[in-house]
Design a protein around this ligand. Structure first.
Ligand code: FE2
Length: 436
């Protein structure tokens, strides 16, 4: 195959895969549940569906393809910046059948545009970037829709094989990441988004990082040790938030006597102690870290631990340069939850750090800021307008993140109080003088 044919088939495969997931998430519930708002934090699923189609129309049909608009009358309804999530149910949205018809018609046009594209000329089209951006956009909304499914009350409708058990747990609790310069971000990934660029040198002093995300077992110890009731463990803002919201455990946990249970996609289950904790906010992660005598990693530390290679270059992924697959990371809604610590020994980093990609997003201590030399592309609203806001960075992707998104350079961000996302954390610490 020529390079153009390869790009075309990759773009096609990613778009098809994203649509299969969107269809699963929207066909698995009835129309009433599609148009309902299951939480003020989320859009009705039918909004996400038509928004996916509208972004695809804007970028691939109109911009790349230069075609006439199909439905310019609905552009503003599906502009995320014009309508906050809480207000979306009140909009005159397309109904389920209309939305399905719309996204299908857009996709038919996209196949025609893709068939004619030579992936050159404009930066938007080079290496199929626009197609990759839209496939990633759909997959990111699919993860958001999966979080909406988690918030929905009612019987379970999603099904997947249980996540794998521990095959070979990490050999040590911590890994020491050597100090020195590190190449962060990327220039080489053709579908990397603007905020991952450019690659730049960062000096990261030596530090220790835990080889696994914090598990439910340790989180239960934190709860049992009064973690939610000891103000000294919390930041001022975190404590105020903990009191105002009455936080006593991760979201979706329920207490039954001495035992804790969790509700997951409609099913009540015992807490799986060896799995990473999920559905905790940044303030909870911070309080846990103080309780454990450690801290959250900075974003640069997280990426260095993930991409470190003894040769001095930065790997694409913890295990090397190969794309993720089912043996290396828990991604893509293949399972409906994180896997036990030790379930992916083949995905460990050069330093023996496990499960950095997949399972749970990991809160970092850092705010969301541009890299030196950042340039907004292809539009300011993707990243630039969020820089410097009250956000914390999340890294590594979750079981609900697709592999087309889960690059080791991919940056996610959210408010420090958010818990409906599939977020956990791992701990780091400074080295002692002896260790240095
Ligand atoms: Fe979007």
């Amino acid at each position: 195959m020529s390079d153009i044919e390869l790009l075309r088939s990759r773009a096609e495969a990613e778009l098809v895969r994203a649509r299969a997931r969107t269809t699963l998430l929207t066909d698995s519930i009835d129309d009433a549940a599609l148009v309902a708002q299951h939480s003020p934090l989320m859009s009705p699923l039918v909004w996400d569906l038509a928004h996916i189609g509208n972004q695809e129309e804007l970028w691939l049909v109109r911009d790349v393809g230069g075609r006439e608009p199909l439905r310019s009358d609905i552009d503003s309804l599906y502009d995320a910046f014009q309508h906050p999530r809480a207000s979306r149910p009140a909009l005159p949205l397309l109904g389920p059948q209309e939305a399905r018809g719309y996204v299908g018609t857009v996709r038919d046009k996209v196949w025609d545009v893709l068939g004619r594209s030579s992936f050159g000329g404009r930066r938007l089209e080079e290496f199929g970037f626009a197609f990759g951006m839209i496939a990633q956009h759909e997959q990111q909304h699919d993860e958001t829709m999966l979080a909406t499914h988690q918030l929905r009350r009612g019987r379970p409708v999603l099904d997947a094989p249980a996540s794998p058990r521990a095959a070979r747990p990490p050999q040590a609790d911590e890994a020491i990441v050597p100090g020195g310069p590190f190449l962060m971000g990327t220039d080489a990934e053709p579908w990397a988004l603007d905020n991952e660029r450019p690659q730049h040198r960062v000096d990261v002093p030596a530090f220790a990082i835990e080889t696994a995300p914090v598990t439910n077992r340790r989180y239960l110890e934190f709860i049992a040790d009064g973690g939610y009731h000891r103000e000294e463990l919390w930041s001022t803002r975190g404590w105020a938030h903990r009191l105002a919201e009455g936080l006593v455990a991760p979201q979706f946990w329920e207490r039954d006597g001495d035992a804790w249970w969790r509700r997951r996609f409609g099913a009540l289950e015992p807490i799986a102690e060896s799995e990473p904790v999920v559905h905790v906010c940044w303030f909870e992660a911070q309080a846990f870290a103080r309780w454990a005598g450690k801290r959250l990693p900075t974003e640069a530390e997280w990426e260095k631990a993930a991409r470190y290679d003894p040769s001095g270059r930065s790997r694409r992924h913890p295990w090397g340069d190969e794309d993720p697959d089912a043996t290396r990371a828990n991604l893509g809604q293949r399972h409906l939850g994180p896997a036990e610590v030790g379930a992916y020994p083949d995905g460990a980093s050069a330093l023996g750090v496990h499960q950095m990609i997949g399972d749970v997003w990991e809160w970092c201590s850092s705010g969301f800021e541009p890299y030196p030399g950042f340039a907004a592309f292809p539009y300011r609203e993707y990243s630039e307008v969020f820089f410097g806001g009250d956000y914390r960075v999340l890294r590594g992707g979750s079981f609900g993140t697709d592999e087309v998104v889960a690059r080791s350079t991919f940056r996610n961000w959210d408010h420090p109080i958010r818990r409906q996302i599939f977020a956990g954390f791992r701990l780091a610490r400074d080295l002692t003088p002896d260790e240095i």
